[in-house]
Design a protein. Sequence first.
Length: 202
Amino acid sequence: MATMNPFPLEHGRIAYVADFVLYGLAVALMSAVLLRGAPGISRTEIGAMALAGFVGWTLVEYAMHRFVLHGLLPFRRWHALHHERPRARIGTPTTLSMLVFLVFAFLPAWMLGGPWRAGAVTLGLVAGYLAYTLVHHGTHHWHGRIAWFNRRRRWHALHHHGEGPSCFGVTTDFWDRVFGTAGARPAVRAKTGKAAGCRSAG
């Protein structure tokens, strides 16, 4: 008898779209609760902690992509599927990513600073993750005329099709430049502005 995998890597269309919807709702609900005010904590402090979580996500994104998805088994093997089929609906299952945020972000932050500060930091991290999922999806599936987005798309194309492991950041190239993993620009570009030889938009 076949068993159902609770953490599938490749998603159907509904499950794939549900990830964006659920995280969007989570960000909206958490923001609404925190904006109503936390006992003994100013909105300024809540906002600053949420911003710190959002900025902190960019470093988490870089480290996870470089050291976990390209370094540790079985994650490296799973992530290789995405590199082989970049337009397939392959990604972290929503149930798994939410569990990770709960166990590795919200609960430790709660123990250190209480539930409201933990909620603010987690809100920032979750909003950063939502931004990452949208940008990453877009690099493989969207075409547009927004200059910032086209830079992100070309940057991610270097990650997929460059000569060596590089360009691990998706929402920003800041940490790649800090840690020396910024990829060299391709010598030849197609008229579309994509790196020559790219199989997809990113």
